[in-house]
Design a binder for this molecule. Structure first.
Ligand SMILES: [Fe+2]
Ligand SMILES: [Fe+2]
Length: 154
């Protein structure tokens, strides 16, 4: 356990922020994983649907950690929704728009885990270890979608 209550609360708040982002990612990857259409859409859809499971797995691990540290896992009314770039488009064949939204969501997730890693340093190694693992996953997701975007930039 962290050395003092204020630090512990700071870590819980950051975990909740990342939990919120993971849950929003699940919603938006699921929606776009169904909505997208067109000849080149199938691969992106499969990739988004596979990530829905992974991001839900992240949310579960964050929730458990919040509980272990003495925090309360929030419900929907305590969460904020901010992923503008991931909102489904009127044009369901606009793959680059959604791919760019995914890259932004992954970058935000990466920034969140990097912050947790720094705040936990020397204080809470278990949370730090979790954040390092999730950070690695998000970096892989980001790289995958950067590759998809390349194809559209030719
Ligand atoms: Fe995630
Ligand atoms: Fe991700």
């Amino acid at each position: 356990m962290p050395a003092n209550d204020a630090k512990n609360q700071e870590i819980i708040n950051l975990l909740i922020k990342s939990y919120n982002a993971e849950i929003e990612t699940v919603m938006n990857y699921l929606a776009n994983g169904v909505n997208l259409e067109g000849i080149r859409a199938d691969h992106i859809k499969d990739s988004l649907m596979a990530d829905v499971e992974e991001e839900l797995g992240h949310a579960k691990r964050l929730a458990k950690r919040i509980h272990t540290l003495g925090g309360v896992v929030p419900g929907s009314q305590k969460l904020n929704w901010t992923q503008e770039g991931m909102q489904p488009r009127q044009d369901t064949t606009d793959l680059p728009a959604i791919i760019s939204g995914v890259i932004k969501a992954e970058e935000d997730a990466i920034a969140g885990y990097e912050e947790i890693i720094e705040v936990c340093d020397g204080v809470d190694f278990v949370t730090q270890d979790l954040a390092i693992e999730l950070l690695a996953d998000e970096q892989e997701h980001r790289r995958q979608f950067i590759g998809y975007l390349r194809e559209f930039e030719k």
